[in-house]
Ligand binder design. Structure first.
Ligand code: F6R
Length: 608
């Protein structure tokens, strides 16, 4: 939610900031702005709408001279997307500029106090209080002013701040919103996320909570909020810079779907040693694994859907009871965590506010938390007791595909490891599970190569009003994700139902021609799902079935069938989700939707 970028160095700042913002647009894209010190004063240009408008306004940054600046791309929380609410925000004298990602929770109190002191507000944002508060405390020492303000604000923030009378420095600060700083021979950078500055440097520092950074053209210094200087270690980012580019694909989402075979191999291969699964990051002995009494999986959105599949696989293979919770519910429901329980949080970004809060809740009660995380160095990765990384690389499209697929693999591996340690999986079954896991990348490749058939089918549903997804067990978890993929990018109303549940109310929405996608990959449940398909067909539905090769029986009940290759039923999600991702994608493309940046969304949800 919101992306910030800053630069101070020897090059013109505005084009660098615009370039960085273009790689952060996934974090929010309803308005954008930049502040640059032009040699005499701070110039701010900002506009509601996509970054493209700001690029045109500033001729790609050319019209804003200066080597020091900050920029922002917004996902609105306080105040509608408008020019006035776009960041950066100024104090009245236009000598202090601020960009902010996060929420200042006590902004109303601060606003009242500042208004009482004669300050006037020109926006509805919580961020503007920071600009005026900085002004209120400023006596010529910017570091002292920044720390004073930080002591008075509550909430979350990643900040970029500049002072007109100290144009040789910019400031960054962080609490609970992601922030990195980086350096190269030409200058120093601030960014919400690595892709923003990957083109310029691989040497970055992860800013921790309650830390302040003073950046100059040739060096930076780190401080606590009490102004004590601290030492930090640089991290070298080894991502392939091309990973954050479209590489000839029409959309990031399509590219990322095509990266799934590699993502799966990258998540799997380092953890398969000979005939065994070795998860060193778990740092637990087999005895400790045997002592786990219960697992709580906590996540949001697609990561939650991966967790739902994880429940079926972990319970099935390791015979451990698993509870799955939405992080936004878990954190406030005073969950009962009994001795011997372990918590698993799943997050691509590692920054989702609710998931992070759930992690902290579990840790504060003394429970071990395992994070399944994609972004290295993210808040969840740093705060979890143990981290299993999903090696999916940067995921840019707002709708997740490859990170979700990698989360599934991490959960399968965990289930196999636990199942073996607890004596619930025979050697024979373990070996056959490993064989099936290793086949997944090639099988996914095959399914992706079938995209034209799915595109043709998807084109028929561009005008659809409602589309339903049904399935039982793991197929229900797949249906939830298939439905989310479709609706979030195509804006077609869609719901996913446990196949047996539809008739308890929702079936009344089925009309002549309504598309119902029935997922049926679990042989034990084939007959049951067929009954549910027949029920909706009898009420006029057109039934699309996604099932396993060999399940010819389904053709009697379905109008259109997509077959997935044979695999162990526990791993079927990894295959069945591919045609559903492609379906959602092609419906959205057919409708002319902005696939990579769907309306109202942002990739990294750092507000609760
Ligand atoms: C949907 C999607 C979201 C995320 C959710 C959690 O395509 O991407 O539902 O899965 O916002 O995000 P992370 O995994 O970053 O915690």
């Amino acid at each position: 939610m919101c992306g910030i970028v800053g630069y101070i160095g020897t090059k013109q700042a505005a084009p660098i900031i615009l370039d960085g913002l273009s790689r952060l647009e996934y974090r929010g894209y309803d308005s954008a702005g930049m502040a640059v010190f032009d040699g005499k004063k701070i110039d701010i240009q900002k506009s509601a709408g996509r970054l493209k408008i700001l690029e045109n306004l500033t001729r790609g940054g050319e019209s804003m001279p200066g080597v020091c600046g900050i920029g922002h791309t917004r996902w609105a929380t306080h105040g509608a997307p408008s020019d006035a609410n776009a960041h950066p925000h100024f104090n009245k004298a236009e000598t202090i500029a601020v960009v902010h990602n996060g929420i200042i929770e006590n902004y109303l109190q601060l606003r009242k106090k500042l208004t009482g002191k004669g300050y006037q507000f020109v926006s509805e944002t919580d961020t503007e209080v920071l600009a005026h508060l900085l002004d209120y405390y400023y006596r010529g020492n910017p570091l002292e002013t920044v720390t004073k303000v930080l002591h008075r604000v509550e909430g979350s923030y990643a900040l970029g701040i500049m002072f007109a009378d100290c144009p040789d420095q910019i400031f960054a600060a962080r609490k609970d919103s992601p922030l990195i700083v980086g350096e190269n021979e030409d200058g120093c950078f601030i960014a919400s996320d690595v892709p923003a500055i990957l083109k310029y440097t691989r040497k970055v520092y992860y800013v921790d909570n309650h830390e302040v950074v003073r950046l100059r053209a040739d060096h930076m210094h780190f401080y606590t909020v009490d102004e004590e200087e601290i030492e930090k270690e640089a991290v070298t980012i080894d991502w392939d810079a091309n990973a954050a580019e479209k590489a000839g694909y029409e959309h990031f989402m399509l590219k990322e779907m095509y990266e799934q075979p590699k993502t799966i191999s990258d998540t799997l291969t380092p953890r398969v040693k000979g005939k065994d699964v070795v998860i060193e990051e778990l740092n637990m002995t087999d005895d400790e694994l045997r002592e786990i009494k219960k697992l709580h999986i906590v996540a949001c959105g697609s990561a939650y859907h991966a967790g739902m599949t994880g429940k079926y696989v972990l319970e099935g293979l390791a015979r451990i009871p698993v509870e799955v919770d939405l992080a936004s519910e878990f954190r406030y429901r005073d969950p009962i965590l009994e001795e011997g329980a372990m918590v698993i949080v799943i997050s691509q970004s590692g920054e989702t506010a609710d998931t992070l809060a759930a992690l902290r809740e579990a840790k504060s009660r003394g429970f071990r938390v395992l994070g399944i995380v994609n972004v290295v160095g993210s808040s969840i990765a740093r705060e979890a007791d143990n981290v299993m990384y999903t090696w999916a690389g940067p995921e840019i499209a707002v709708a997740t595909t490859k990170a979700y697929s990698a989360q599934l693999i991490a959960l399968y591996l965990l289930a196999m490891k636990l199942g073996k340690a607890r004596g619930k999986i025979s050697d024979k079954l373990f070996a056959s599970l490993l064989t099936d896991l290793r086949r997944l990348p090639d099988q996914i490749e095959l399914l992706l190569n079938n995209k034209l058939r799915i595109q043709k089918f998807a084109n028929r549903y561009i005008g659809a009003k409602d589309i339903f997804f049904i399935g039982r067990g793991i197929d229900y978890a797949i249906s939830l994700e298939g439905s989310l993929k479709l609706k979030e990018i195509s804006y077609i109303h869609s719901e996913a139902y446990a196949a047996g549940e539809l008739k308890h109310g929702t079936i009344s929405l089925i009309e002549e021609g309504t598309l119902v996608a029935a997922v049926s990959t679990q042989p034990d449940l084939y007959a049951k799902t067929i009954s549910n398909m027949v029920e909706v067909k009898a009420r006029g539905a057109f039934v699309l079935a996604v099932t396993c090769e060999g399940n010819k029986e389904i053709e009697k009940a379905a109008d259109y069938v997509i077959y997935i290759p044979e695999t162990n039923p526990y791993f079927a999600n990894s295959l069945a989700i591919i045609p559903l991702q492609l379906f959602g994608y092609y419906v959205a493309v057919g409708k002319g939707c902005d696939v990579d940046k769907p309306r109202n969304l942002a990739k990294s949800v750092t507000v609760e």
